[in-house]
Design a protein around this ligand. Structure first.
Ligand code: ADP
Ligand code: MG
Length: 728
């Protein structure tokens, strides 16, 4: 067998699971490596603690004196944990996380060594991070970037480094990261949702968005991954014949987890718990070697940080267990890809979930208000929602009959559909006392009861209501959740702002009672946003046609989808909600498109290399064996040889056909790639990569996969699907 492949398989088969014992009682060490409220209270002076809490709760500034105090205590706390370095930890527009470590160690004026960390270092840093994408924002040399402390996400210790969550912005103020717009969006939703929540409870003074993510991933032996150039360089297999057994039997889903994987999971979860990431569930997913880890929901900014941190920790822990984590949305053809469900809701500072029905009609009217406004926001901005989950890798998943399609719709279940139908019939104008009583008793009053047994869950829906939260399922497994959370909170904030203005107008100008005004506005919203509601099977081809009739967008590829980010509608929205200005939006779109072209370019190069330099030589090698065989048969059988050697000769011919198929398609792809590279316009270039280069991938793969079926297994150079998915 090809030495590389056989060595990788040998290594995999010889692996033993590393025995890991899980510390008992997670609650005892939860957050032990986090400078959280509890440790701050212990280590900070009262004044400094108050200062930080005010910044966290009310966004107030932290003055220099307090920053110095916090920095000093933070340093002492970190040193007690064996820390030597600190870093401003941020989330550049590459989608990952970034850090630049500095030692606490310094030399004093007298030349003596000491450990120093002051307010300056805590609050602001100027990393020379000029290589991160900025979409043109930092073209001028004055426009340097700096990181600034985000006190709403606590500092933590990872390894021997103190990590301080920060934003990353240009000196001119534009965001260069994923966190800055998210914080602005969370601010907007707080303001607007608080305004609306106060219709129902005057004591509400803050509303937090919450996020609970469910992270899917594949776990494959390190040696097997390293033996495949496509997996190493692109995160997915660009070729490979499907395994005879895939996920048809669905015997992996929720099945027993293999011991080596369990050890990995225990260590991963232990690390997470120390870092205050409240991970709770683990299980097998549908595809072989696919798993999920999910966390309890938290305030959205914190949850986004925690998911980013998780993705980083996963790789490190996996490496220790001789695994590789594949976060790509579609690492293997023919079996399910991976997503990241984003569960979202809004909670008031007195603990009420605004998307949860309650015990009284008033609480339920509050629920319906936020529920209907969310639906309308999605209806108005469905195309933008799609744009914010677009990426080269997620394109493989959306619409591939396993994940939600590229069409955004909302699933609410049968019972809530009928509640909305009833509300649609509410009288236009003032309501009679009888109607009000009827609504209270029979419509609004009935909600909690019916939701209890509302268990029908539509797994095909991209945005589904699941009892007390919405679940955004189109988000990719590799994505930073900040984008999806930024768009969702921004559009709902805008919607709530408009809602409040309309309700207030009815109260002021037509002297409607508050609930009358709310019912009247909601009725119109329900009528206007019906088109976004869909209860059926989103994979059905009929839905595509129906969605088109309804005027919903269906942007199947990233270059098409991201256009919506800079539409007038989007620019107005983000400006009004003070989340991003036009320059920031254009920069982001450009970065997405550049990343798209680069990724397709890399895939094209890797595929060309593997097909030409691994597959063809193997095919020729095997063909030579066959030729030798045919020559031998001729020697032995003389004239009759043709009948005896028929199959071999046929095979020789077919191998030649596939070799020529690979060669001609690869050459054609290279030509298209060259043409695309000559194009300077970022958008045109991405479209060329999408429409001219990428289609060759499937064609080249087709020939390679056919050869895999023909060629002696002993000779095949690449680890096969069945080996990656079923070797344990
Ligand atoms: P599923 O059936 O989709 O796996 P679960 O009930 O296990 O759903 O919950 C999935 C996620 O939803 C968890 O992360 C959970 O914390 C989160 N979740 C529950 N309630 C809320 C909420 N009010 N806001 C946001 N997320 C929530
Ligand atoms: Mg889910």
């Amino acid at each position: 067998m090809s030495t590389y492949r056989s060595r990788a398989l040998q290594q995999t088969l010889n692996r033993k699971s590393i025995p890991i014992s899980e510390p008992k009682n997670r609650s005892a060490y939860f957050g032990s490596h986090v400078f959280n409220e509890e440790s701050m209270q212990q280590h900070l002076t009262k004044e400094a603690f108050q200062g930080v809490m005010n910044a966290v709760k009310h966004g107030s500034n932290i003055d220099r004196k307090i920053a110095d105090q916090v920095a000093n205590s933070m340093k002492n706390w970190a040193l007690s944990k064996g820390v030597t370095h600190y870093t401003h930890w941020f989330q550049p527009l590459t989608g990952g996380t970034a850090e630049k470590h500095d030692a606490f160690f310094e030399l004093g004026e007298d030349g003596k060594a000491l450990e120093r960390f002051g307010g300056n270092e805590l609050v602001q840093q100027e990393p020379d991070a000029s290589s991160f994408p900025s979409g043109g924002i930092r073209n001028t040399f004055e426009a340097r970037g700096y990181t600034a402390w985000d006190p709403t996400s606590p500092a933590f210790v990872y390894g021997t480094t103190l990590c301080i969550p920060t934003i990353f912005v240009a000196y001119t103020g534009e965001a260069l990261d994923n966190k800055t717009p998210l914080l602005r969006a969370l601010n907007a939703i707080d303001k607007q949702a608080t305004g609306v929540a106060r219709y129902f409870d005057k004591n509400v003074s803050k509303v937090n968005a919450s996020l609970g993510w469910e992270q899917e991933y594949f776990l494959i032996d390190k040696a097997l991954v390293l033996s495949r150039p496509d997996l190493v360089l692109t995160g997915r297999t660009l070729l490979g014949q499907s395994s005879a057994k895939g996920q048809q039997l669905e015997d992996h889903y929720f099945g027993s987890i293999p011991q080596r994987v369990i050890s990995f999971m225990i260590e991963l979860e232990t690390e997470c718990i120390k870092l205050g990431i409240p991970v709770k569930t683990r299980h097998n997913e549908v595809a072989p070697n696919q798993f999920e880890i999910a966390s309890i929901h938290e305030e959205a900014n914190l949850a986004v940080d925690h998911n980013s941190l998780l993705m980083d920790i996963m790789g490190k822990v996996a490496s220790k267990h001789q695994f590789k984590v594949l976060l790509h949305e579609k690492p293997f053809k023919g079996i399910n890809g991976s997503g990241k469900h984003n569960n979202w809701s809004l909670t008031t500072d007195n603990g009420v979930n605004l998307l949860s029905p309650g015990k009284t009609p008033m609480r339920n009217l509050q629920f319906l208000t936020f529920f209907v406004n969310t639906i309308r926001a999605i209806h108005t901005y469905e195309e933008l929602m799609r744009a914010e989950v677009a990426s080269a890798s997620n394109d493989h998943r959306l619409g591939a009959n396993e994940a939600p399609p590229a069409i955004i719709s909302v699933f609410i279940g049968e019972q809530l559909t009928s509640v909305l139908k009833e509300l649609e019939n509410v009288t236009d104008g003032k309501l009679s006392p009888e109607e009000k009583t009827d609504l209270k008793l029979n419509v609004v009053g009935k909600i909690p009861e019916i939701l209890l047994d509302n268990t029908d869950r539509n797994r095909t829906s991209p945005f589904a209501f699941t009892g007390n939260k919405f679940e955004f399922r189109a988000v990719g497994s590799m994505a930073n959740c900040a984008n999806s959370m930024t768009v969702l909170n921004t559009i709902v904030a805008k919607q709530l702002k408009d809602f409040k203005a309309e309700v207030d107008k009815l109260i002021d100008n037509r002297s409607f009672k508050k609930d009358e005004a709310i019912f009247n506005v909601l009725r119109e919203y329900i009528k206007q946003s019906k088109n976004i509601l869909f209860e059926g099977n989103s994979y059905d081809i009929e839905w595509e046609k129906e969605a088109k009739r309804r005027g919903l967008s269906n942007n199947k590829t990233t270059p098409k989808a991201v256009k919506a980010k800079v539409s007038k509608k989007a620019i107005d929205l983000y400006r009004e909600m003070e989340v991003m200005n036009e320059k920031e939006l254009r920069a982001r779109k450009e970065i997405e498109l550049e990343a798209y072209s680069l990724r397709i370019q890399i895939e094209g190069r890797v595929l060309g290399d593997v097909a030409m330099n691994h597959v063809i030589p193997t095919a020729v090698n095997y063909q030579n064996t066959l030729i030798k065989n045919v020559k031998g048969l001729k020697e032995v059988f003389g004239k009759e040889f043709e009948a005896v050697a028929k199959e071999q000769m046929d095979l020789i011919k077919r191998i030649s056909q596939h070799i020529s198929g690979i060669t001609s398609k690869t050459n054609a792809m290279v030509d298209e790639r060259k043409a695309a590279n000559k194009t300077l316009d970022v958008e045109k270039k991405a479209i060329l990569y999408c429409e001219k280069v990428k289609p060759y991938f499937e064609e080249i793969r087709y020939h390679c996969d056919k050869l895999e079926l023909m060629i002696d297994d002993e000779l095949w150079p690449l680890v096969k699907y069945r080996e990656m998915l079923f070797t344990r």
